[in-house]
Ligand binder design. Structure first.
Ligand code: IPE
Ligand code: IPE
Ligand code: MG
Length: 252
């Protein structure tokens, strides 16, 4: 008897129509959600409105990433360098992230999302730390997509923090290796990102996952983050599937 074809969810159906192979979805997708400010400027709005619109875009992308079968989605919400922005923007971002973390928790939990964070979380406002910790605690038994919010995250800071932990443990020079450094990163059990998406056209890394992303495939779109939606995610995944990853070797 022919094998019954599996029931696909709407995102998988759209993906299949585009020729995406559902059994070769990148396991870990990282996103530099850039261009909120430019989106707002284009519309004549304040920058903070752009960030609010960016939050709405993230809601949709988390759902479709989960439906598509991405196992890890890591998004850059606030960099260790973003403290250089005007005080009111920083404050606005902190309260937006806190509110979003609280408001979305029920829906994320219902969708079996496991919430996680990355960055120097202890330096964030207390209320935000509590919201993030509540999110992680509530969803820690979930088995669906692992959704990591990088807040006050810097790739160099993460490497410095890993080396500090190693030194504090009394590691000897011969114990320092790529593996032991990896083991001391913020999320040592996450696989390296396979695909890194950046919106708003900038051709740079801006200190995001610089250790883990050494061999990830880059996808840059001109669209700003608030304009980024499921078809764009599917385009990124399709582009990823057309790449040949070599990791330094010769691939015929
Ligand atoms: C990304 O959008 C969000 C954060 C960095 C918090 P930006 O605020 O950087 O938007 P642009 O780059 O000014 O357009
Ligand atoms: C990277 O975007 C950080 C986030 C998206 C949170 P930036 O807007 O801060 O990056 P630069 O300053 O253009 O490199
Ligand atoms: Mg920017």
């Amino acid at each position: 008897m022919p094998k019954a074809s599996p029931i696909l969810n709407p995102t998988q159906e759209s993906a299949q129509k585009l020729g995406i192979e559902l059994d070769a979805i990148p396991a870990h997708v990282a996103v530099i959600m850039d261009g909120n400010g430019r989106w707002a400027k284009k519309k004549g709005f304040a920058r903070l409105l752009g960030h609010r619109e960016g939050y709405k875009a993230l809601r949709g992308i988390l759902l479709s990433a989960s439906e598509l079968g991405i196992k890890f989605l890591t998004v850059y919400a606030f960099s260790a360098e973003n403290w250089r922005r005007p005080e009111d923007e920083v404050k606005g971002l902190m309260s937006l992230i806190e509110r979003a973390a609280r408001d979305e928790l029920r829906l994320m939990h219902q969708n079996n999302v496991r919430v996680n964070v990355s960055g120097r979380i202890h330096e964030l406002p207390q209320g935000l730390q509590r919201a993030l910790n509540d999110g992680m605690e509530t969803t820690k038994i979930n088995t669906g997509i692992t959704f990591t919010l990088a807040v006050n995250y810097g790739g160099r800071a993460e490497i410095v923090d890993a080396v500090k932990k190693l030194v504090a443990e009394g590691a000897k020079p011969e114990q320092i290796s790529e593996q032991t450094i990896t083991d001391h990163l913020y999320n040592p059990h996450h696989p390296d990102p396979d695909l890194m998406i950046r919106t708003a056209g900038e051709m740079r890394w801006s200190n995001f996952l610089i250790w883990q992303g050494a061999y990830c495939e880059l996808y840059v779109t001109e669209k700003t983050w608030p304009e980024f939606s499921t078809p764009d995610l599917l385009d990124a995944v399709k582009t990823f599937q057309q790449r040949t990853r070599k990791f330094g070797a010769v691939v015929e």
